[in-house]
Design a protein around this ligand. Structure first.
Ligand SMILES: Nc1ncnc2c1ncn2[C@@H]1O[C@H](COP(=O)(O)OP(=O)(O)OP(=O)(O)O)[C@@H](O)[C@H]1O
Ligand SMILES: [Mg+2]
Length: 360
């Protein structure tokens, strides 16, 4: 697939009636925080029971994507399609097999972890399960303080404590949380601790990039909105940029300025929030969207059921990897030629990788 890097777009504020949307950027290129250029990530996995050798599992396949300052890019797709792997590669928590990653003006593809350390202050991750990502034997004071220590940000212990207290206040936790352990908190509160830890090292003057990997999926529905709102407030206050990973399209529609839809490691559709949800050119996007329960029956969309399971990324289908499940499949085309990610209407910033995209 020849994934074309989309042209730059700048985000404006939230558009509450339909999630968020983007407007054109005056000076393309200036506002990018992080950019993946034709990034692939392969894992070597054992095949068979008797050690018949290793095979490549292509978790991320030739993905190009840019995130701009203050922007939230939503990344959606079914389980196992490569969302987390891509997020980790962007942060260089995993090394890309092919392609390049830029953070602001720096090519970080080949940087050592030591060289990356100063940049880590502006590249963070928030996990789905705040419990397993917080050390159960450490107090909240120690968990958040540790991040501050790693980057040597406090003058002394008193200063560190003040910083932790300020961070807890920022994420809506009381100061007495400091002396308590993760298990003493509810899921939502634990996610607030995880956010405080990610923010602890963020440079307030320069903003930063945060991969939010299913940050609310493990939480009660009643708590999800609180965490989403907190993330949005922090984004505005600190000028943060997010890659917001989720399999929940409704959440992605609510938080994202732009949305990328992933299928078996590839981006199959990418557009501004509004354009993606209104037009949904790719049959896979349509299928995903049709799975969103719509409360008002009069507005219920035609349900397009996806046939079959997600194929294995070890042995993916030929050409367009969605073809065995696609209602628009045409033999001799879709199974032979990989559709490039292309802008359907020039200037629309709406990209789709399909030979027979749906008109909207
Ligand atoms: N360390 C690894 N070694 C081998 N295979 C891996 C590894 N990490 C991920 N994979 C595989 O790569 C593919 C993508 O996994 P990934 O976790 O990125 O998907 P995901 O979209 O985040 O899924 P989910 O929605 O379930 O979190 C899967 O097939 C997974 O089994
Ligand atoms: Mg994941």
């Amino acid at each position: 697939m020849t994934a074309e890097a989309p042209r730059e777009t700048l985000t404006t504020g939230a558009v509450p009636t339909h999630g968020r949307d983007t407007g054109p950027l005056d000076e393309p290129g200036e506002q990018v925080v992080v950019r993946a250029e034709a990034v692939s990530k392969l894992f070597a996995v054992e095949q068979g029971w008797f050690g018949r050798g290793k095979k490549d599992l292509r978790a991320v396949d030739n993905v190009s994507l840019a995130v701009h300052i203050g922007e939230t890019v939503g990344l959606v797709g079914e389980s196992g399609c490569g969302k987390s792997t891509f997020g980790r590669v962007l942060l260089r928590l995993l090394d890309p097999t092919y392609g390049r990653i830029r953070f602001e003006d720096t090519d970080i593809t080949k940087m050592t972890q030591r060289e990356l350390r100063p940049l880590r202050r502006r590249m963070q991750i928030i996990f789905q399960d705040p419990y397993s990502s917080l050390n159960p034997r450490m107090t909240v004071r120690q968990i958040v303080g540790e991040a501050i220590q790693i980057h040597d940000l406090a003058k002394n212990s008193r200063d560190e404590e003040d910083m932790v207290a300020a961070l807890l206040a920022k994420v809506g936790l009381r100061a007495d949380a400091m002396t308590r352990y993760p298990h003493e908190f509810s899921g939502g509160q634990r996610q607030r601790i995880g956010i405080a830890r990610a923010l602890a090292v963020m440079d307030k003057n320069t903003g930063g990039f945060v991969v939010c990997d299913e940050p609310i999926s493990a939480l009660d529905v009643s708590i999800q909105a609180q965490i989403v709102n907190l993330l949005q407030e922090l984004q505005e206050e600190l000028g943060l940029s997010y890659l917001f990973i989720s399999h929940d399209l409704k959440v992605v529609e609510y938080v994202s300025h732009r949305v990328a839809v992933m299928y078996l490691g590839r981006i199959v559709e990418q557009a501004s929030n509004k354009s993606l949800f209104e037009r949904r050119h790719h049959p896979y996007t349509r299928a995903l969207l049709s799975a969103i329960p719509v409360p008002d029956p009069a507005r219920r969309r035609l349900r397009v059921l996806l046939e079959g399971d997600v194929p294995s990324p070890i042995d993916p289908p030929s050409a367009c990897t969605f073809h065995p499940r696609c209602p628009k499949f045409q033999k001799g085309v879709c199974d032979v030629e990989t559709p490039p990610l292309r802008e359907l209407v020039p200037g629309s910033e709406h990209f789709v990788a399909c030979h027979f995209p749906e008109d909207a």
